[in-house]
Design a protein around this ligand. Structure first.
Ligand code: HGY
Ligand code: MN
Ligand code: MN
Length: 414
């Protein structure tokens, strides 16, 4: 099979799925939003064309099953997420799902000693409910009951969103895989950063995924008239939040390897002639070393308390999410290394600053990622892209990886 042609189809399919958005004029597709149904319809069609059986689990993950040589064969999982951030590119997540289907297609009907499943995770970004990885957490048996009560900006709970999508929350436990039956998980994903491009490398082997903390921080002061309230008498929540945000950036710059981001801010009541009485911010902190990350979060919260105190503001914060750093599986990575070598491709190892479903899947099976170069290092942006030759290289490595995995499982199988 001509993998360049297959790579072209992968790109076209990612672009096609990129048209399904909940917002006009830009790509935004959050957890269980209406356009997710169109994505499922397209993916299910492509899976059925490959002779795969298709199921939708209780959290909205769409899963295609490609049988192994014998009934009850262990599973090897491919996949990624199909939800997006706001004003997203069309490759973050989706590429891993479409490329997984392309690897099934490249088998040309051949069966392996393992059965393959390609999973389109329903929620990884955490945009709608603030907590990421709801899809892979259900697969890993880590979907917490309290997630059902999380509310989105319109006040709709996860429980209602699941029901509205036609899913049965009571069946969430059945979404969990039996770890004893899963041989491993490989996620193809764009790097979303500048490293591979700087190295001139098409692909990268991921050794670890950094840990992340996500918090919600609220400064409360006193709303008031912008014209009649003297500066000295104000308790301006937005001015306090702005002061703290500059501290967040300064402290993160001072700590090697730390990244800290305030990505969302809401000032209330939100009128030009009203002093903001309340400001709600998100804080996303990441580092390869969990110790450094936790210490930095505590330090940034303490700085927020100092700013609030000095300005006569109240401060409230809650940790929405904590995920420890996760090493990728050495066994799968040595197979990938051999596959890269066999395909005559350079071997570059890197750490992922972005979170991925692989870090959740690692709690039930050997899991790893293969990164594909991000031109311009751009992602979480409509101009996110991949090069055809890099997708073709990923297909070559993926096909060889599966061949080597099959060899490992059954040395007699070719
Ligand atoms: O935020 C992340 O790291 C990923 O894009 N979910
Ligand atoms: Mn993302
Ligand atoms: Mn992603």
């Amino acid at each position: 099979m001509d993998l360049e042609v297959l790579a072209q189809e992968v790109l076209e399919r990612c672009q096609r799925l990129g048209r399904y958005s909940e917002e006009p004029g830009r790509l935004t597709r959050t957890f269980l939003s209406p356009p997710m149904r169109q994505v499922h319809a397209e993916l299910a069609g492509w899976m059925e064309e490959l002779g795969m059986t298709v199921r939708l689990d209780a959290v909205g993950n769409l899963i295609g099953h490609y049988p192994g040589q014998a009934p009850g064969a262990p599973l090897f999982l491919l996949g990624s997420h199909v939800d997006t951030v706001r004003d997203a590119g069309c490759y973050d997540g989706v590429l891993g799902v479409v490329l997984g289907l392309a690897l099934v297609k490249a088998l040309e009907g051949k069966r392996l000693p393992v059965a393959l499943e390609v999973i389109a995770f329903s929620e990884e970004e955490g945009v709608r409910y603030g907590v990421p990885f709801l899809g892979s957490k259900a697969v890993a048996g880590r979907f917490e009951a309290e997630y059902l009560d999380l509310q989105d900006a319109q006040g709709q709970r996860v429980l209602e969103a699941l029901r509205e999508f036609g899913l049965e929350p009571a069946r969430l436990p059945q979404a969990a895989y039996d770890p004893a039956h899963v041989r491993g998980y490989l996620e193809f994903h764009i790097e979303q950063g500048p490293v591979l491009e700087a190295l001139g490398a098409p692909l990268g082997l991921v050794e670890a995924i950094v840990g992340q903390s996500r918090l919600e921080v609220v400064f409360r002061g006193q709303a008031g008239h912008a014209g009649t309230t003297p500066m000295a008498l104000r308790r301006d929540a937005l001015a306090g939040a702005a002061e703290w945000m500059t501290l967040v950036e300064r402290e993160a710059r001072a700590e090697p390897g730390l990244v800290a981001t305030v990505g969302m801010i809401t000032a209330r009541p939100g009128a030009a002639n009203v002093i903001p009485g309340e400001v709600q911010l998100s804080l996303d902190v990441r580092h390869a070393d969990d110790e450094v990350r936790s210490r930095s979060v505590a330090h940034l919260v303490a700085r927020a308390q100092q700013v609030a105190q000095r300005r006569g503001l109240e401060l409230a914060f809650q940790t929405l999410y904590e995920q420890a750093a996760v090493p990728c599986d050495a066994g799968l990575n040595s197979l990938l290394e051999r596959a890269l070598q066999a395909e005559g491709l350079p071997l570059h190892r890197l750490v992922s600053g972005a979170g991925h479903d692989a870090m959740i899947m690692a709690s039930i099976c050997p899991a790893t990622l293969l990164f594909i170069r991000s031109p311009g290092g751009l992602s979480h942006h409509p101009q996110e892209s991949v090069w055809l030759q890099d997708v073709a290289a990923a297909l070559r490595v993926g096909r060889t990886f599966l061949r080597m995995l099959a060899q490992e499982e059954h040395p007699c199988s070719t």
